[in-house]
Design a protein around this ligand. Structure first.
Ligand code: COA
Length: 211
């Protein structure tokens, strides 16, 4: 007769953990399907070959607070950084290698901080920034990140509307944060993104995304 493994109790499936794993897997699949479904652009990792276009776009997106090509190159070589672009597709559905949106974040221990997010002014309100946020949050959930933070200008209602949709909440203000004009920044944080409450909302929002 086989004796009961003394460590068995550690390996008994935990029904809550199992349900949570299923939710995460469903989220990953929904996000992947939605992000692959857009006929105009694909969401993919940023490559070095994207940097010419991304550094041309950045001044159009952020004005005088824009990053240089070197800053983006530094970000791509940072192992803690995770950058995506929305790259235009041609009529055959092939990636043209022309970014029309971009965004990136740092993973530091169990937190993710969104560093930048921008869409070409000629392509706004086509869910490009939202798709990039979905890609970043999906990676964060899969990497075991607990919470996400960012700074946003007090006057930037467009970005604030987008972050609200993904359950970012105001956590404070950084006074005179932006050097160019002294505007203050709102600090936004999520609650624990590994919890069901956050993930249910995330699933709901992704499901509404249509190309
Ligand atoms: C903010 C920004 C990234 C949004 O990019 P986008 O690709 O046009 O945004 P999306 O189409 O994905 O918008 C998703 C949601 O965000 C909100 N939103 C986006 N632009 C908005 C606007 N101009 N006014 C109000 N809400 C807006 C809406 O809720 C929108 O959903 P809806 O279109 O269903 O109403 C873009 O305006 C930008 O590049 N701004 C300058 C840079 C910047 O502010 N970056 C954020 C720094 S924290």
């Amino acid at each position: 007769m086989r004796r009961k493994d003394p460590n068995q109790h550690q390996r008994d499936p935990d029904p809550d953990a199992f349900a949570q794993d299923k939710l995460v897997e469903r989220l990953r699949m929904t996000a992947q399907n939605k992000l692959n479904a857009n006929p105009k652009y694909c969401i993919r990792k940023m490559y070095l070959s994207d940097l010419d276009r991304v550094s041309e776009l950045d001044p159009l997106v952020f004005g005088e607070m824009h990053w240089t090509r070197n800053i983006f190159a530094g970000e791509l070589s940072n192992p803690n950084a995770n950058y995506y672009v929305a790259s235009k597709l041609d009529e055959a559905g092939q990636d043209t290698g022309e970014p029309i949106g971009y965004g990136g974040a740092w993973h530091v221990v169990d937190e993710m901080h969104i560093m930048t997010l921008g869409t070409d002014p000629d392509y706004r309100r086509q869910k490009i920034a939202e798709s990039i946020i979905i890609a970043l949050i999906t990676d964060a959930i899969n990497s075991g990140i607990k919470s996400i933070s960012l700074e946003v200008r007090l006057s930037n209602e467009a970005a604030q509307r987008l972050y609200e949709r993904y359950a970012f909440k105001q956590a404070g203000i950084r006074k005179n944060y932006y050097e160019s004009d002294g505007e203050s920044a709102l600090i936004l944080w999520t609650e624990n993104i590994q919890e069901e409450k956050f993930q249910q909302n995330f699933q709901e929002q992704i499901s509404k995304l249509s190309p």
